[in-house]
Design a protein around this ligand. Structure first.
Ligand code: ADP
Length: 261
């Protein structure tokens, strides 16, 4: 609130990027990164003429390198900017490319901010139609300052239908409203599990919590993603489901979300 009361600083676009979509969540572990990765792939799949980038600013727990099956150090371009790494047609940048994989990231606030500044300003994206940003979970200074420093076309908020996750998703939606970032809608993740053997459906985290929250806030639900083994396995093996099983119902759920944003 202190930062807010100083008013909005001037936003500077990321060079070469037409539209920024941030994928956010109140809590960690609700599927934000999985959604960001599959949303980026789905945007590319829905319109192959569009150039898509994926930026992982979840500096404490960068997951994009593993989920996109990428590792290595970015090369520097002539103007000393970092070149994104490319896989499945998506240009990717992550703190995970800049630090040793197993090193614990124990940073003070200022170091986090300067790392994020690097990721926002020192990457040579070329020309992108959409940059999908995987935000850190929560609604702290980091999220606030990203929202204030770059123009954002819209935010997608991911939540499970569980009260504790929804409470934080609510805070996330309020934060974006305060800094005038349009919230495109909520993604309800892990809402239903269907037993592969007997086909019985179980709502492990509750049935429609995100839908209720969306109604309360006057927001859209962009989609429901089931809790599914294939989503977890394809994420863990760096073969995201929208790329590796585009015909599956799960991939189609992400493709529908991409069509809405
Ligand atoms: P966050 O970015 O919110 O911390 P992740 O996207 O890293 O969450 O997801 C946490 C874990 O849950 C990962 O192992 C991921 O593969 C898994 N996961 C996410 N969404 C689903 C889903 N719909 N079905 C099955 N597993 C999922």
């Amino acid at each position: 609130t202190q930062i807010l009361s100083r008013g909005l600083p001037k936003q500077k676009p990321i060079r070469g990027v037409k539209q920024v979509i941030v994928v956010a969540s109140g809590k960690g572990g609700v599927g934000k990164s999985t959604t960001a990765v599959n949303l980026a792939l789905a945007l590319a799949a829905n319109d192959s003429s569009k150039a898509i980038g994926l930026l992982d600013v979840d500096v404490y727990g960068p997951s994009i390198p593993k989920m996109m099956n990428l590792k290595g150090n970015p090369e520097l371009s002539q103007n000393n900017l970092m070149r994104p790494l490319l896989n499945y047609g998506i240009a990717c940048m992550s703190m995970g490319f800049l630090v040793v994989e197993t090193a614990p990231i124990v940073w003070r606030g200022l170091m986090v901010m300067s790392a994020i500044e690097k990721l926002l300003r020192q990457v040579d994206w070329g020309q992108l139609d959409y940059l999908v940003i995987d935000m850190p979970p929560g609604t702290g200074d980091v999220q606030l300052s990203i929202s204030q420093n770059i123009p954002i076309s819209g935010a997608v908020i991911v939540s499970t239908p569980q009260d504790i996750a929804l409470m934080d998703a609510h805070k996330g939606a309020e934060m974006f409203r305060k800094v005038h970032v349009p919230v495109l809608g909520l993604v309800q993740n892990m809402s239903v599990f269907q037993c592969p053997k007997c086909k019985h459906r179980t709502h492990i985290f509750g049935a429609d919590g995100a839908r209720r929250l969306a109604r309360t806030l006057g927001l859209d639900v962009l989609g429901d993603i089931p809790l599914h083994l294939n989503i977890r396995e394809t994420s863990d093996t760096g073969q995201p489901i929208v790329f590796s099983q585009p015909e599956s119902d799960e991939a189609k759920a992400y493709l529908r979300i991409a069509a809405e944003v």
